[in-house]
Every structure is written in C-alpha cells, then in structure tokens.
Design a protein around this ligand. Sequence first.
Ligand SMILES: [Zn+2]
Length: 205
Amino acid sequence: MLLGRSVDGRAIYAVELGDRRLPTSLLLVGCIHGNEPAGIPVARALEAHPPAAHVWVIDDLNPDGVAADTRQNAQGIDLNRNLPWRWRPLSHQSGQYSGPRALYAPEARLAERFILRARPHVTVWFHQPLAVVDQSGGDPAVERRFARLAGMRETRLTRYPGSAVGWQNHVLPATTAFVVELPPGRVSHALSERLLGALHAIAAG
Ligand SMILES: [Zn+2]
C-alpha cells in the first residue's frame, strides 16, 4: 500500500501480511534515520517469511535520508523528533532538527495517519548502532520478551521530545512501541534469524 511520498517524491510503502481480518498485532518500521539502514533487510526478510498474525511492515520511512546517507529527511528534519507528543524546537546545530512545527515533514505526517488507522498492538522501530532494546515507555514485559528472544541487552535510553515511540505510547496507551537499536554495520545472519524469531513471537501475542 502506498502511504505517500517523501519530500523528494520517493514512494513510501506499507506491506500488509497475514490475516487482515484480525487486529494489527505488529508494525515493524525498518528505518526512520536514513544513516541507520540495517533494519531494512530485516524488514524485507519478515515480508518474505510472514507470520500468521496481521502484520504491517514499513521497510523505509525515510528513503531520501537513506539515499543521501543522512539521519534527517530532505528538509533536514529529524523525523523522530517531528511527532506531536512533547514536540519542541530543536536546532539544526543539535543534529536533531525537529522542524518548524510538529508533523511538518510529510514522512512524519503519513506515519502518524497510518499508525492511528492501523493501531498496531506492538510497534518495533529499528535504529542503529547501540545494539540494545530500549525501554521506551510501553509495556516493559513486551520489551523484555523481545530482548530475550533476540538475544539483545535491554536498557533505558534517553527519551526525546517528538519521538515516534513517545507519541505512540501516549496516544495509543493500550499498545507498546519501542526502539530496537541494531549494531553498527550490517545485521549478521545469526542476529537476523533471532530478530525474525522474536518478531514472529511478538506478532503471535
Ligand atoms: Zn536512530
């Protein structure tokens, strides 16, 4: 499904998997920071081996950033600071420019619209390079289970204003959104297999 287009006109898709009559159990976003693309092949691997549950996958929410190898979108906006919950101005100098206002970036707007419609029970956002599962403010049992199954360490990273997980955990309080920081470079085959196992388990509920 075409969600919309990036600032430079690149298509952004969501792929629907499994039984669409069921509520959405899982949304996986493979990439939001363009210079952190290691989750994209993992997202595609999940599409190739879909769970039985109802799952959506956005391989790449920031195709302009991936093309340019920049964290930000083509407006220089850090998409993960442009969601509306606790949005505040952050400068270009911070490296996390949050835009002139919340939801200024088209990529942030289409993600917000899609998530409010899909209402995923669990959402996983891939980042890099810290190699940890972040305790992001949703259900800690879900994060803990994912970390154990993926063989990753769990920690609590800084909570930033305007972040996607902060916004989701606020506006959809019965659901859980969390950040999975993949290691630097490419994801190894072994880690990819563990991540897919963890995603399947979480999707199954
Ligand atoms: Zn990131």
